[in-house]
Design a protein around this ligand. Structure first.
Ligand code: ATP
Ligand code: ZN
Length: 284
């Protein structure tokens, strides 16, 4: 039994989706066609599809799981289960207004036209905000719609905002924040669910590792107690004696968010030769 995974064939999510599978230890054999690839060392086969089609394929169980942006998932509104956020493909779906025109805020949109490729998500947002505007659906190059007189504002994906800028648009309200997620067919059989569980276990180990660092330092024995209080560690720090008498080496794991703060405290307590090493996988 193999788990069928759908990922984007090419585009913004392709590289990161491939890298994720690779870091999970899944080695893909490229098949005869470009449509799918099988793994030698894990019971999966990967299908390469347009991102827009992935929710439908997963709902129909043509694929068992898929990697897709939340923006696409919520727009398509298919019956699939969200399994895991993946931390890449981050962007936001925002309303943007042409500069130097009277329509500049949400309230100004009453009775106006908004061009978007996300009519469903935008429609829900406008309803919530009690704005009555006309949604004009277009499938691509939404950012040029105001310039050619097709709309008074747009609702599109933004990451850096440079596309908006070059088209004379200014970002307004954020409709949705999005990142890539793993979705699954809600009715997977027990065997397939077991493979999904294994995959998610590996993904979590990667995510855990990415937000932690392994740290090694030397400290005078007299300061060890204080230094151990500063270092959280997974259970508690490891302490090894150095060849030099009266000194020890201390090893621990530190979360990236607290990292600089902790380093400063350690230095202040007399820690020396502090080394910081990335962690590849972390199982807690
Ligand atoms: P396909 O050919 O598969 O339909 P596409 O052109 O629709 O590709 P891409 O532009 O490759 O899609 O974007 C895929 C996904 O990447 C988006 O749905 C979104 O989740 C994410 N993404 C991240 N940043 C951005 C951005 N700045 N603009 C557009 N999408 C982004
Ligand atoms: Zn697409």
């Amino acid at each position: 039994m193999k788990l069928k995974i759908a990922i984007q064939k090419s585009g913004r999510l392709h590289e990161d989706s491939m890298a994720l599978l690779n870091q999970c230890g899944i080695r893909l054999r490229s098949g005869t066609g470009k449509l799918k690839a099988e793994a030698d060392n894990f019971p999966v086969e990967v299908f390469f599809l347009r991102d827009d089609d992935i929710p439908q394929y997963v709902e129909d169980a043509v694929a068992d799981v898929g990697i897709v942006g939340e923006n696409v998932l919520y727009e398509k509104n298919k019956k699939v289960k969200v399994v895991q956020k993946l931390g890449f493909g981050k962007c936001r779906l925002s309303i943007a207004y042409p500069k130097d025109r009277p329509v500049q805020t949400l309230k100004d949109l009453n009775g106006k036209r908004i061009a978007t490729s996300y009519p469903y998500v935008l429609g829900k947002f406008l309803k919530q905000q009690k704005i009555k505007a006309e949604i004009h659906e277009i499938s691509g190059s939404v950012e040029i719609a105001p310039g050619i007189g097709l709309a008074d504002a747009i609702c599109d994906l933004v990451s850096s905002g440079s596309t908006l800028l070059t088209n004379g648009l200014k970002e307004g309200d954020v409709v949705l924040r999005s990142e890539a997620i793993l979705v699954a067919n809600p009715k997977l059989n027990a065997q397939k669910q077991e493979i999904v569980n294994k995959l998610v276990f590996r993904i979590k180990a990667l995510q855990e590792a990415q937000c932690n660092k392994y740290i090694l330092l030397n400290a005078p024995d007299a300061k060890l107690e204080r230094i151990c209080e500063i270092l959280p560690g997974m259970k508690s720090p490891t302490i090894l004696p150095l060849a030099k008498k009266g000194w020890s080496s201390v090893h621990s794991v530190v979360n990236e968010n607290k990292f600089w703060d902790i380093i400063e405290q350690l230095k202040a307590e007399g820690a020396q030769g502090i080394l910081v090493v990335p962690i590849e996988k972390m199982i807690i």
